[in-house]
Design a protein around this ligand. Structure first.
Ligand SMILES: Cc1ncc(COP(=O)(O)O)c(C=O)c1O
Length: 447
């Protein structure tokens, strides 16, 4: 049981320490209110614990230095965008080389073929297109699915996150679909565009698809954005069979689950979706994303996108597929996010999990650690949740913020939106053990 009064006192003490030790970040944050809305370049940066975000001086590998000269072990890694580690030398070299040869031309480079061929090898789909963000990759895949099937709706799982895609910002409240709180200015209430059910609920899936108005199911193969939630054995096979029976397409979003291996969970779980979408880390943080699709989808699209109108179809972006993104993706896939890299980072994530589990056991806390490849996180409930609703019910905002700030004050960055750690290739065993010590100290301060 957490003593809430003590938690509040400890949080205040951590906040005071944060204020005292980050004068330059605080000054910049105050100055930023003169030009940046609410003092941050993106409004979600307000979400960092401590009252204001640290301003970055530089980031290299798994380490980051802020403008106050403080150094951090970065286990947030830009919420996956920098899963490769910051500025990996091979990608950096390709970026420099390509930037000097032209960043964007509206014409293909040979790198685009190399990247598409490599993504095909990794994810088993033959046809690829590019976007600048995973959000766009998802939006474009959804549009294609609606065009092919002629159906209006999509289906997502409760508490999923697939970027700022209108149709996905919907949750279940007491079993009833509702627009997700905080959704800004939707064109239509996503309850009208979307069927939302719990992950791992095959009966609900069967019912939802039986209406035959769902163009596609958009899913992470393992949920990651409300904590890691594994599919039940046989779940994906059943989903795939139900989708085939009802003429529904399946989009698997591998943007985060590429932490499981070079071909994400599509490869590790032997999935055969109609589309795969992926973004964030594939260019080591240089904006770039991709969506791949099957030969069947390609056939269905044939001659449906006339040349006369293909630049105004709601799919595209002037900078999508630009030479710089593709050079960064090629170098990252060829030399950074390699099988060898996962062979290094996954055992380190095992060590992270074992370390945190040992502290949890020692203090008899009703918490668990979950892991997917080089991603691991702790969650404040005793059993793994089976779906988003169960996971969301265990979110403890006060405890989250305290744990994040305590870690930050001791030189460790965790993802601000959940207690998630990603392991970059340059992380060492000592770094992992340092996190275990910090976790232990943070827990003991509440005892
Ligand atoms: C699974 C998943 N898909 C897509 C996105 C959207 O990525 P981006 O914000 O880079 O467009 C996210 C973002 O967190 C994500 O977690």
């Amino acid at each position: 049981m957490i003593d809430r009064a003590k938690l509040a006192r400890q949080y205040s003490a951590e906040q005071q320490h944060f204020l005292d030790t980050h004068p330059r970040s605080r000054d910049l944050y105050q100055r930023a209110h003169g030009s940046l809305f609410e003092g941050v370049p993106m409004h979600w940066m307000k979400k960092w614990a401590g009252g204001f975000p640290v301003f970055v001086e530089s980031a290299q590998g798994a380490h980051l230095t802020d403008v106050d000269g403080l150094q951090y072990l970065d286990l947030c890694l830009g919420d996956t965008g920098a899963m490769t580690g910051h500025a990996p030398p091979d990608t950096l070299e390709a970026i420099n080389r390509q930037a000097a040869r032209g960043i964007t031309t509206m014409l293909p480079t040979e790198d685009s073929l190399w990247v598409a061929e490599e993504l095909g090898r990794r994810f088993g789909l033959p046809h690829w297109q590019f976007a600048l963000t995973a959000t766009d990759a998802n939006r474009f895949a959804i549009r294609l699915a609606r065009m092919i099937t002629g159906r209006p709706k999509i289906l997502v799982f409760n508490w999923c996150y697939h970027g700022t895609v209108d149709e996905t910002l919907v949750i279940l409240q007491d079993g009833i679909p509702r627009m997700r709180p905080g959704n800004i200015g939707p064109a239509v209430d996503p309850v009208e565009t979307t069927r939302v059910i719990e992950f791992n609920d095959l009966a609900a899936l069967e019912e939802a698809l039986s209406h035959r108005d769902v163009a596609c199911v958009l899913a992470e193969p393992v949920m990651t954005n409300i904590g890691i939630i594994q599919p039940d054995p046989g779940f994906h096979e059943a989903l795939s069979a139900l989708a085939a029976r009802t003429g529904t397409l399946v989009i698997i979003d591998e943007t985060h689950t590429m932490c499981a291996g070079p071909g994400g969970c599509t490869a590790t779980m032997n999935l055969q979706p109609d589309f795969v979408t992926v973004g964030k880390a594939i260019g080591a943080g240089v904006p770039g994303a991709a969506y791949g699709f099957s030969a069947k989808v390609a056939k269905a699209l044939e001659s449906r996108i006339p040349v006369s109108d293909c630049d105004t179809g709601g799919i595209g972006g002037t900078l999508a597929g630009n030479s710089l993104s593709l050079a960064a993706m090629r170098a990252t896939l060829e030399k950074v996010l390699t099988r060898e890299s996962y062979q290094r980072t996954i055992p380190l994530a095992d060590r992270f999990r074992a370390g945190v589990e040992s502290v949890i056991a020692e203090h008899e806390l009703p918490w668990i650690v979950k892991q997917l490849g080089c991603r691991a996180e702790y969650w404040f409930r005793p059993e793994p949740p089976r779906n988003g609703g169960e996971a969301a019910a265990a979110v403890d905002v006060e405890l989250d913020r305290y744990m994040h700030l305590a870690a930050l004050n001791r030189g460790i960055l965790l993802t601000p939106f959940h207690n998630m750690a990603l392991i970059a290739p340059s992380v060492t065993r000592q770094d992992i053990d340092r996190h275990t010590t910090v976790f232990q100290e943070s827990v003991e301060a509440l005892g």
